[in-house]
Design a protein around this ligand. Structure first.
Ligand SMILES: NC(=O)c1ccc[n+]([C@@H]2O[C@H](COP(=O)([O-])OP(=O)(O)OC[C@H]3O[C@@H](n4cnc5c(N)ncnc54)[C@H](OP(=O)(O)O)[C@@H]3O)[C@@H](O)[C@H]2O)c1
Length: 324
């Protein structure tokens, strides 16, 4: 089969397009004929050997896929050849085929295009788990989303608004913020040009923010941590800026707020039934037209390294997808 191959850890330009052996599914796995794979920030870390999981070389990156069931292992129930599915993995998705554990596969709604389906699971799964299960976001609360136009950020804006929050979107360009506005953001902060702390104060007054969704980390985190309101929840989603922030622990004490870790993929493996329920809720909202995954661009498999570069160059709004 054709695949994007990582033969040595390094930047996207190291990746090669070539042949890999067809995978053989184990008894609890599905052999998936992959039609689309979206790019997530962790893909850029995995190929550099900087992620918490380090695959054996050579491997294909890609964790968010949609396609057809080609064959099923002897223990797999509920799926048959020809079914359309969406699935999450850790790597392996930028290839024509992949063997994926059946518990990580979900039926694809027929009204969802393959590219859209491949953009759905990680972005919406992470944000819904973060805001609902971890953040306990309530109607009428204020939600600040950092990196608000990114893959997970934009879904946090959209879901936060749907859940009844007053959403403040923070991002680095006017163009990115315009998209956040289209996805329901009530207030916009350009943290490249404006003082994040002053603007949050201006918007929330003395009260501060109830819930902060942070997939960025780096320089913005401490400022945001100083803007939390009483009894708030700071959701630690990721560190796209690179640096892992160090937190002065007097801050959560003074406002009696919580710093809450969010690791959706690990939770989904530990509690597949609860995750299944949340994914089905998200799919239902999609069918009702309430969620609109934003795809900035689609690339053929050979050009997957360019898609990964765009993420690292901070040029992606919503998602980029590899069509296979
Ligand atoms: N915890 C979980 O379960 C979970 C699940 C999925 C993803 N994540 C994490 O969430 C983060 C975002 O993932 P994503 O797929 O949404 O990525 P993405 O689409 O690239 O979005 C990341 C955003 O971070 C901002 N950013 C700031 N500094 C950056 C830098 N140096 N390089 C790149 N982006 C930078 C960018 O917005 P501005 O230009 O507007 O600042 C960008 O839109 C990653 O750290 C990822 O590992 C966590």
């Amino acid at each position: 089969m054709k695949a994007i191959i990582c033969k040595s850890f390094g930047p996207p330009s190291n990746l090669e397009y070539g042949e890999m052996p067809d995978p053989i599914p184990a008894e609890d796995e599905i052999l998936v004929n992959i039609k689309a794979c979206s790019v997530n920030f962790p893909d850029t870390l995995i190929i550099q050997g900087k992620y918490q999981f380090k695959p054996e070389l050579p491997f294909s990156p890609g964790s968010d896929v949609a396609g057809f069931v080609e064959a099923v292992g002897s223990q797999v129930k509920g799926f048959k050849p020809g079914d359309e599915i969406v699935a999450m993995t850790i790597w392996g998705g930028m290839a024509e085929k992949m063997a994926i554990k059946a518990t990580n596969c979900f039926p694809k709604p027929p009204e969802m295009e393959m590219e859209t389906a491949a953009s759905f699971l990680v972005a919406y799964g992470t944000s819904y788990y973060a805001l609902k299960t971890r953040g306990q976001l309530k109607e009428g609360e204020t939600l600040l989303v950092l990196g608000a136009s990114g893959g997970v950020g934009l879904t946090a804006v959209e879901l936060g608004k749907m859940m009844g929050a007053r959403v403040i979107a923070a991002a680095s360009t006017a163009e990115k913020l315009q998209l956040c506005k289209e996805y329901g953001a009530d207030e916009l902060i350009n943290y490249n040009e404006e003082n994040l702390r002053d603007r949050i104060k201006e918007i929330t007054g003395k009260k501060g923010v109830d819930v902060i969704y942070d997939p960025v980390g780096g320089q913005y985190a401490e400022t945001a941590l100083r803007c939390m309101g009483w009894d708030g929840r700071y959701l630690v989603v990721g560190f796209a800026a690179g640096d892992i922030p160090k937190v002065p622990l007097n801050l959560p004490l003074l406002k009696s707020y919580q710093i809450v870790g969010v690791f959706w993929g690990a939770w989904a493996l530990r509690d597949p039934a609860a995750n299944f329920q949340q994914i089905m809720q998200l799919v239902q909202w999609f069918k009702e037209g309430k969620l609109k995954p934003h795809i900035q661009a689609t690339f053929p498999l050979q050009e997957a390294p360019r898609a990964l570069e765009l993420i690292l160059e901070r040029k992606v709004k919503g998602k980029v997808v590899i069509a296979i």
